[in-house]
Write a protein of this length. Structure first.
Ligand code: ADP
Ligand code: MG
Length: 477
């Protein structure tokens, strides 16, 4: 197979839309899915004489992301104009950072089932989004919505360190998790809050030099990215194997056909005529400013994951699930401050809360409830199956209520009351005289069968330890 001789090389340009209240250079509202052309003003429409003014939040968010990824923060970064003509870019240029971006270097680890590897980051720069052209709403016209014009973006450019579509997938998932932890973006790829351009080349395994690359533009779902990369890798290898040459091109991926097709080649690449934006002064970031942001950094997913493994003794798998979302991770950590039943708490979060949230995402769980819940199980006061099946939904429906009270009201406490258990045992033994005889003649493993029947009749309310004790007494008397 020729495919196995080749290695895939991928570098990403990730665009992250920032969750600021207003746009990058004016006070227009920054929100998704408003009516077309309502979140605009003379500045985002680029009327003559208007001037941009930097959104401080955009800078703070860039620094937040840069610090999380171990980048060097550029103390004197600068905005440039990238000039091109398009209907959804009324200014005729995009404000971006070409020569002096806000963050340099850094990296992020990707953890695959088989290995862990660092993906190096080349830089992160600040820029603004363009408006949105829709080509397929009307037969003869393209319509333009300028609500998105001027929305603040970060563009993160990686080194060509990926070797497979799976690695890209893992990286993008971690990046989405990170921007959500940092609360700088909602990270929704379906809504375009995170998009990536994939630069792809192939080379013979062991080769020191890179092959010619193609760039697939604006991939807005991880499923499409995977398919686009797989299609493109095969196309390039087939091309080389048949004696051809990969040309440096910008490609579009069509999810319907599953194919890539050229948008433009290197020869007709734009000359953007970058130059420093004269309307915006350089952005000077003092050490104090950077320190202040560093001090306010929220906990990062990989730090929490490590803590959960080391301090709470959880498996890598459990720790990964528990840190998927910051809100859950913080609540879990909070609970672990009050109850030492870490594993039971982890099970509660992973098996019950996560499933519940899928159906009712707005349910609020409190530390008090959750710790009470696991304490009741751990103290053997409530059977775990009963707790999960009956007490949990009741607790989710009544967030203000004491869990102990609920359990009392629902009559769920296990009974080690001798009379209650005696009654049940007598009943079961009376129904099974043959089996009682068999037990007495040495078939001791029938004890489990008796246990099961009594437990069933007790509807989970029998304390198993006490029950076993009493059963033995009955059978052996
Ligand atoms: P440009 O300035 O033309 O956009 P860059 O050198 O900045 O090119 O690279 C852009 C992206 O392409 C980066 O993510 C980088 O990692 C990636 N890249 C560069 N060369 C290759 C290659 N041969 N194969 C795959 N990706 C590449
Ligand atoms: Mg580029």
């Amino acid at each position: 197979m020729p495919y196995e001789k080749y290695e895939t090389v991928i570098g990403l340009e990730v665009h992250i839309q920032l969750a600021t209240a207003s746009k990058a250079f004016c006070g227009d509202e920054n929100k998704f899915a408003g009516s077309p052309n309502t979140q605009i003003s003379p500045i985002s429409l680029a009327h003559p004489g208007t001037l941009p003014r930097l959104n401080e939040r955009q800078v703070a968010y860039a620094v937040r992301l840069g610090l999380a990824l171990g980048c060097r923060i550029n103390p004197l970064n600068r905005f440039d104009r990238k000039n091109y003509f398009y209907a959804d870019l009324p200014k005729g240029y995009q404000i971006t950072q070409q020569d002096e971006p806000v963050c340099l270097g850094g990296g992020m680890e990707i953890i695959t089932p088989d290995y862990t590897r660092n993906i190096r980051i080349h830089h992160i720069h600040m820029e603004e989004d363009a408006g949105k052209s829709t080509h397929d709403a009307y037969p003869d016209n393209t319509v333009v919505d300028l609500n998105r014009a001027g929305v603040p973006l970060l563009e993160l450019v990686t080194e060509p360190d990926f070797r497979s579509a799976e690695e890209v997938d893992i990286f993008m998932n971690s990046m989405r998790q990170l921007v959500r932890y940092l609360e700088i973006s909602d990270g929704n790829m379906e809504e375009g809050s995170m998009r990536c351009d994939c630069n792809i080349s192939v080379r013979l395994k062991g080769s020191e030099t890179f092959g010619n690359r193609c760039e697939i533009k604006n991939v807005n779902s991880m499923r499409f990215a995977r398919r686009a990369i797989q299609y493109e890798v095969k196309r390039q290898i087939d091309l080389i194997e048949s004696g051809g040459e990969v040309l440096q091109q910008t490609l579009n991926f069509d999810p319907v056909t599953g194919k890539t097709s050229p948008l433009r080649s290197k020869e007709d690449a734009h000359d953007y005529r970058y130059f420093p934006d004269p309307d915006l002064p350089p952005v000077a970031l003092s050490e104090d400013y950077i320190e202040k942001i560093r001090e306010q950094q929220p906990p990062l997913p990989w730090d929490l994951k490590q803590k959960f493994q080391e301090e709470y003794g959880l498996s890598e798998y459990d720790a990964r699930l528990l840190t998927e979302r910051k809100k859950d991770a913080l609540l879990f950590m909070d609970c672990c401050g009050d109850s030492k039943h870490f594993k039971q708490l982890a099970n509660l979060f992973i098996n019950k809360i996560k499933t519940h949230q899928k159906e009712s995402p707005d349910t609020v769980f409190t530390k008090k409830q959750l710790t009470e819940f696991v304490e009741l199980i751990a103290a053997n006061q409530i059977n775990i199956t009963v707790a999960n099946q009956q007490l949990f939904p009741a607790m989710a429906a009544a967030p203000e209520k004491s869990v102990k009270k609920l359990a009392e009201e629902m009559n769920l406490f296990q009974s080690d009351d001798g009379d209650f258990l005696d009654g049940l045992i007598t009943e079961v033994l009376a129904k099974n005289p043959d089996k009682v005889k068999a037990y007495k003649n040495g078939k001791k493993n029938l004890l489990q069968m008796f246990m099961g029947q009594v437990m069933r009749n007790a509807k989970g309310k029998a304390d198993p330890k006490k029950l076993q004790e009493l059963l033995r007494e009955h059978l052996e008397s």
